[in-house]
Design a protein around this ligand. Structure first.
Ligand code: AVI
Length: 321
């Protein structure tokens, strides 16, 4: 008879924490910043005056909503409006209101990993724009897109807003776009937001607010390790540090150890030593120029149909087909 073993399978988060903190130099993935507290902090970031991205995309939607609505509808064609990582949907509401006004024949399908984010979004849409037919879909992007594609052949318009693409390295962005294209048919569209290069100080300020919200957001990855893996990391002994390279357009976030210290992660039975001023790289927020966006589109087999720019030239929304 086989003996039963009591094997506990590590989560993806646990595996990546182990790999990232035993690697030299240390790194952690920004996707793990987002639990319900991280989601709340990100909403606070979007309200900060320094975080120009939200206002810029908001302004593009307000100024061009009629034209964007027409592009999505392509002559009153029925479509599914699928949003990847919808969050609180605050900018999307501008487009939803316009589509309702235009009597567009569509269903709004926001996808998010978080149940609570989707529940809040659904309640807000039902309350504020009850005419919108909304179906929230909980899971990972590609899992859900697979399911949607099997259902039927209705045209899809996919939204990937807020420069979420900027949290991917170029190679990862190309893989992601290529994978998305596998789920798209000839008349489907991808509407994607790219944050553009600008005065480097403006970029740095957006990721370095004096109130320390971005610092709390960045440190939430350590707070999650404490909460979920029973670790003893003293958050005050780490410094949030942002750098921006205006040549490559890459903003990078780090957590820097203020002293020689060790932390113990009980769930992983792992002790990690830090030298004073040793770094953990946590996030990239890529800024683009036209040439780079064109290159990304070409590398992933997309055509650029149209682009919209805000008045300051900070940010662009592209229609990829
Ligand atoms: C979600 N993402 C596009 C944000 C960004 O700008 O990279 C996350 C963020 N990190 C710090 N502030 C905001």
């Amino acid at each position: 008879m086989k003996r039963k073993t009591n094997m506990v399978v590590p989560t993806e988060f646990e595996k990546e924490v182990y790999e990232g903190l035993t690697h030299s130099p240390k790194h952690l993935s920004s996707k793990y910043i987002y639990d319900s507290y991280g989601d709340r902090l990100f909403q606070e970031i979007m309200d900060m005056p320094e975080y120009y991205l939200t206002n810029a995309e908001h302004q593009i939607f307000n100024s061009h909503k009629e034209e964007i609505s027409n592009i999505f509808q392509n002559g009153n064609e029925k479509f599914k409006l699928i949003e990847l990582g919808a969050g609180d949907g605050r900018k999307t509401k501008i487009l939803l209101e316009q589509l309702v006004k235009d009597k567009a024949n569509f269903k709004y399908q926001p996808i998010d990993i978080s149940h609570s984010v989707l529940a809040q979004l659904e309640a807000a849409i039902q309350n504020e724009i009850p005419e919108v037919c909304i179906e929230t879909l909980q899971g990972t992007y590609f899992e859900i897109l697979n399911r949607i594609n099997i259902e039927n052949g209705t045209k899809k318009v996919i939204l990937f807003l807020g420069s979420n693409i900027g949290n991917l390295l170029h190679d990862q962005a190309i893989d992601f776009l290529n994978h998305l294209r596998d789920f798209m048919h000839d008349d489907d569209l991808l509407f994607v937001g790219f944050d553009h290069k600008k005065n480097p100080q403006t970029v740095l300020n957006a990721y370095n607010d004096p109130a320390g919200i971005t610092s709390d957001f960045n440190k939430n990855i350590l707070a999650r390790i404490n909460r979920e893996m029973d670790a003893d990391i003293d958050l005050d002994q780490f410094l949030h540090w942002e750098v921006y390279d205006p040549e490559s357009g890459t903003a990078k976030s780090y957590l820097v150890s203020k002293k020689d210290q060790s932390v113990f992660i009980k769930k992983l039975d792992l002790k990690i030593n830090f030298n004073a001023w040793e770094t953990i790289h946590t996030e990239i927020s890529q800024k683009y120029d036209d040439h780079t966006v064109e290159w990304l589109a070409e590398q992933s087999g997309f055509q650029i149909e149209k682009k919209f720019v805000d008045t300051k030239g900070y940010y662009q929304n592209y229609v990829f087909a």
